[in-house]
Design a protein around this ligand. Structure first.
Ligand code: ATP
Length: 256
């Protein structure tokens, strides 16, 4: 369980505007939450509190009932993060070495590290590719390696911040499939996006931010009509129900 209680975050000291402005949320184990909202609404700032990458100015964040500030290691073990455009986020040259980095830092025995790396790569359809160089992979494959790196920590919740940015339609579809499989295996997922094309049918719940506050928090079916008013693109029903890979490769609202 991830909980925020009246969480407030200001960049630039006490006088700065609140990027996250009094957010109270509970995310249950195994829940698939899509965190939506227009550019600058506070999504990335909010999720960076889930494992202590940022400190609250007010309020608190708890993971499994323990304040993140009291046990940073527990929060980071329990909540895995995959950042936007992971191109710069890799720490090793090869797939296997990169995915092993987190478990190695936990000080786990070599056999356990190997087991975790194998399972994590299998979960993202990258089994047998440990020795490949990351700089020779496609964007979608890199994204999957980044997800595997987070999975190797055996997290209860996986947080992905705009994982579809820069991916073409087949690569997006592949990442969506991995997320669906994770959800079905019981891993909680928090998917940050301002574009719901790929996400709506996966979500148990949509949380939409506006100006750092929760504007909507409800199951997808209940919120569809309200999202466009918040600047959130909602796919037409036909697009959601029968996605055709390759049909669209750009979105006017996607970031450059
Ligand atoms: N490091 C920073 N320093 C100062 N202000 C920041 C910083 N990071 C974000 N902000 C500001 O905080 C607000 C929320 O930004 P945040 O990145 O959390 O929003 P977001 O919803 O994730 O946006 P996007 O969809 O563009 O990624 C914005 O006004 C942004 O300009």
């Amino acid at each position: 369980m991830i909980e925020t209680r009246n969480l407030r975050h200001r960049y630039g000291g006490d006088d700065g505007p609140a990027a996250v402005d009094g957010v109270s949320l509970s995310i249950a184990d195994g829940e698939f939450v899509v965190l939506a909202g227009p550019n600058g609404s506070g999504k990335s700032t909010l999720v960076r509190h889930f494992n202590g990458l940022l400190d609250p100015d007010e309020g608190e964040v708890l993971v499994d009932g323990t304040p993140v500030s009291e046990d940073l290691v527990a929060a980071r073990t329990r909540v895995g993060m995959v950042f936007q455009q992971p191109r710069d986020g890799f720490v090793a040259a090869t797939v296997g070495a990169d995915v092993a980095f987190g478990p190695e830092n936990l000080g786990l025995p070599r056999e356990e590290i190997d087991r975790r790396v194998g399972e994590a790569l299998a979960a993202v359809n990258m089994a047998g590719r440990r020795d490949e160089r990351i700089d020779e992979l496609s964007g979608g494959e890199r994204e999957r390696v980044a997800i595997a790196g987070a999975l190797a920590m055996d997290p209860g919740h996986l947080v992905l911040d705009e994982p579809f940015t820069g991916l073409d339609a087949p690569a997006r579809e592949s990442v969506v499939e991995q997320l669906r499989a994770l959800r079905d295996a019981g891993t909680g997922v928090v998917l940050v996006t301002h574009d719901l094309r790929d996400a709506l049918e996966l979500a148990d719940r949509i949380v939409a931010l506006a100006d750092g506050q929760v504007a909507v928090d409800a199951p997808p079916a209940e919120v569809r009509e309200r999202l466009p008013d918040l600047g959130i693109r909602v796919p037409p029903a036909s697009e959601r129900e029968s996605p055709v890979p390759g049909r669209e490769s750009t979105s006017p609202e996607r970031e450059p």
